[in-house]
Design a protein around this ligand. Structure first.
Ligand code: GLN
Length: 230
């Protein structure tokens, strides 16, 4: 948290690559639904911020340790997280899916994962879900700090499958990453902007007010249309 004159500049943490929510475009600019939404809300509410793209797990740590004031990172609103974070209103509905290598024809259900490795991303809902079923289906999890490394491990054949948010793995597949989704989406959860529990309440208030305004103005839909192929 830095203060210049009397204007507070919030530090907001985000993931590194979580396309279409946050990623670097061809010009090396950080863009995506989360990034553009935060910019639109800040402009609407008149607050200043600095983005810190540190990775998902690191962003959780940034906020809980007070190094960042808030985070926007395709972060699922969960009951467990509500013990340590305060969330904004939900801004996007999502959920976890299993994906395997595009040329794999052996994994058709969770039961086919027996004795295999499954790639997950540290601290995520996908990881929590995989952990919750691994004893039942007899697989082992391997953790990665980001989605790209998780995809690579499955492409290389080290891990038989991965668990990731549907819109993100769907975007990767549409962009040519050789993966395919198996089965149905697991328990959905919605994304929210978060602050440390009991801190920066005004930031949550402004985010919610700004979210309502950008939805009403059509700006929110315009941002989704920019990043989600119909
Ligand atoms: N939605 C997932 C979660 O909150 C993943 C977020 C991410 O990887 N950026 O755990």
């Amino acid at each position: 948290t830095t203060s210049t004159s009397d204007t507070k500049k919030y530090v907001i943490a985000t993931d590194t690559t979580f396309k279409p929510f946050e990623f670097e475009n061809d010009k090396g600019e950080r863009v995506g639904i989360d990034i553009d939404l935060l910019a639109a809300i800040a402009a609407d509410q008149g607050f200043e911020y600095e983005l810190k793209a540190v990775g998902f797990d690191a962003a959780l740590g940034e906020v809980t340790s007070g190094q960042s004031d808030g985070m926007i990172a395709g972060m699922s609103i969960t009951d467990v997280r509500k013990e340590t974070f305060d969330f904004s209103d939900p801004y996007f509905d999502s959920g976890v899916v299993m994906a395997v290598s595009a040329n794999d024809n052996t994994i058709k259900a969770y039961s086919d994962l027996a004795g295999k490795k499954v790639a997950v991303k540290n601290g995520t809902e996908g990881a929590t879900f995989a952990e919750s079923i691994k004893a039942q289906y007899g697989f082992e999890t391997v953790s990665f700090p980001d989605s790209s490394n998780m995809y690579e491990d499955v492409k290389a054949g080290n891990s038989a499958a991965l668990f990731e948010d549907y819109p993100v793995v769907g975007d990767a597949i549409a962009s040519g990453v050789p993966l395919k989704i198996i089965g149905e989406m697991e328990k959905g959860s919605s994304y929210g902007f978060a602050v440390k529990k009991g801190q920066n309440a005004e930031l949550i208030k402004m985010f919610n007010a700004g979210l309502a305004n950008v939805k009403a103005s059509g700006k929110y839909q315009e941002i989704l249309d920019t990043y989600i192929q119909k």
